[in-house]
Design a protein around this ligand. Structure first.
Ligand code: ATP
Ligand code: MN
Length: 464
């Protein structure tokens, strides 16, 4: 190889013919005859392949024999205008170097059109498919857009801990973190596990949410957001729950519920618009291959105002709907995905923000309303998904917060540091949590959350 000026396929496909260059990537397909061989090469930079043309008067059959689907090659050649349809340029090959073969007998992605279920079983190789290439490029773009959105607004990215000793939120079942010898657990006089001998000197676990620590940041820096992995030992095995997922949690001093809703709506619209503008090719592929309504749905979310109504009004609509739900609806019920989707897809036909939920089904920190029954919660409900965001205005009164903690029979001891925000310079504040993978379900049109994260963690599944 003479030149080391490797050009990515994404750039090549937009370049003018005539340049000499080097391209490296994985073979998607090879076809041809004894005069000419065509190789479709992909390097992950785009869903599109570059076609490489081998004039067989210049190459030996031997040299091209190991170039099969899945093998990795480098090719030097000239970018030329393509006479065939489907692409404007192709590469006329001058030399080839084979990095790695992929035995056609055993390479699992030899053929196209595998089911999503099968691809989950070969999760270590599925990024090499067009579909997962699209999904993971979109995932990257959305992560970048999240930082851009908040940075442009003057929010600060706060890193909250992955390991915590607080079981404060009760947001979900937790994974314990310990260095104790599980075959020889130390016990105290009362025969309880002696966590003072554990690494942190107390029982600790993986975080279920960065919110409580996020609030500490908001009460100092004003507007912050977290964006990190979150762990819940959800045993539910639904297409919307992972045991390890990423969550974005903005937390803002001086925001009341109205500003919180405005921010949530602006945020999601920004992200969807960003995807439409920056991931057009990948979205088009997913639209054509999986979900013919994807682009229409994304465009419609950007353009329509979200409906805002109270939980009480929502439950009323559901009870009067005459619809047969698997789970019963009544005032006080925790809404299930089927209820949320009914409101969004059938009744309003647009995203919905539901507010003022019964306090019994929401966390202790939410601001209590005058009625004594509801709290200033807000859930954003989306088509095909149900809850995509959960948030609230936070209770800023120390007195009310302590009373609620007691009422719920929670231990306030471990929360002293959190309560200090209300003890010293308390202020109205609000925040919410957006599940990153739920957002990606919506943006990619995928129907199973296992397909929008590179390495899904679900019950009995953590091999790769
Ligand atoms: P759900 O009722 O759907 O289980 P939740 O009420 O437990 O959600 P929150 O505790 O409010 O959710 O978490 C905030 C956001 O995190 C949710 O709106 C959702 O987008 C996301 N989320 C929650 N649990 C999971 C999970 N197990 N896997 C992926 N995303 C999740
Ligand atoms: Mn949950």
């Amino acid at each position: 190889m003479k030149t080391d000026t490797r050009v990515k396929v994404s750039k090549l496909l937009k370049s003018e013919p005539g340049v000499e260059m080097l391209v490296k990537g994985w073979v998607r397909t090879k076809r041809g005859n004894k005069n000419v061989v065509f190789v479709a090469l992909n390097d992950g930079s785009t869903v599109n392949n570059i076609q490489i043309v081998f004039d067989m008067t210049q190459f030996s059959e031997e040299a091209l024999k190991p170039v099969t689907t899945g093998s990795c090659i480098a090719v030097e050649g000239t970018l030329v205008a393509s006479p065939g349809g489907g692409q404007s340029v192709e590469i006329s090959a001058k030399s080839i170097h084979l990095y790695g073969t992929a035995d056609p007998e055993t390479y699992p992605l030899q053929k196209k059109g595998h089911s999503m279920e099968f691809l989950r079983e070969i999760g270590h190789l599925r990024p090499r498919t067009n579909t997962f290439g699209c999904i993971f490029r979109i995932r990257h773009a959305m992560a970048f857009a999240i930082h851009k959105f908040f940075n442009d607004k003057g929010f600060f990215y706060l890193h909250t801990p992955v390991i915590t000793a607080s079981d404060a939120e009760g947001a979900g079942a937790m994974f314990q973190v310990t260095t104790l010898d599980l075959n020889n657990i130390p016990r105290d006089e009362d025969n309880r596990i002696d966590f003072t001998q554990d690494f942190f000197g107390r029982a600790s676990n993986l975080t279920v949410s960065g919110q409580l620590e996020g609030e500490l940041g908001a009460m100092a820096l004003g507007e912050i957001y977290t964006f990190g992995p979150t762990f819940r030992a959800e045993n539910s095995n639904t297409p919307r729950h992972l045991a390890e997922f990423w969550m974005i949690e903005p937390e803002m001093a001086f925001y009341e519920i109205k500003e919180n809703m405005d921010l949530a709506e602006e945020f999601i619209k920004y992200l969807v618009k960003y995807a439409l503008e920056n991931c057009a090719e990948d979205l088009k592929f997913l639209n054509d291959m999986f979900d013919k309504e994807l682009l229409a749905r994304l465009n419609s979310v950007v353009e329509t105002e979200f409906v805002r109504l109270s939980y009480t009004e929502g439950v009323d609509i559901l009870m009067k709907s005459g619809e047969k739900f698997e789970f019963p609806v009544y005032w006080g019920a925790d809404l299930q995905s089927e209820h949320e989707r009914y409101l969004v897809e059938k009744h309003f036909k647009r995203p919905v923000i539901l507010t003022d939920y019964p306090k019994e089904i929401k966390a202790f920190y939410m601001k209590q309303n005058e009625d004594g029954k509801t709290v200033r919660a807000m859930d954003v409900l989306f088509p095909k998904i149900g809850e995509i965001i959960g948030g609230s205005q936070r209770e800023e009164s120390l007195e009310k917060l302590e009373a609620r903690i007691k009422e719920m029979g929670m231990e306030s001891e471990g929360l002293w540091w959190y309560l200090d925000t209300r003890r010293f310079g308390t202020a109205p504040h609000s925040g919410f949590g957006l599940g990153f993978e739920r957002l990606l379900l919506f943006v990619t049109g995928m129907s199973n959350i296992r397909d929008v994260i590179p390495f899904p963690r679900t019950p009995k599944n953590a091999e790769f």
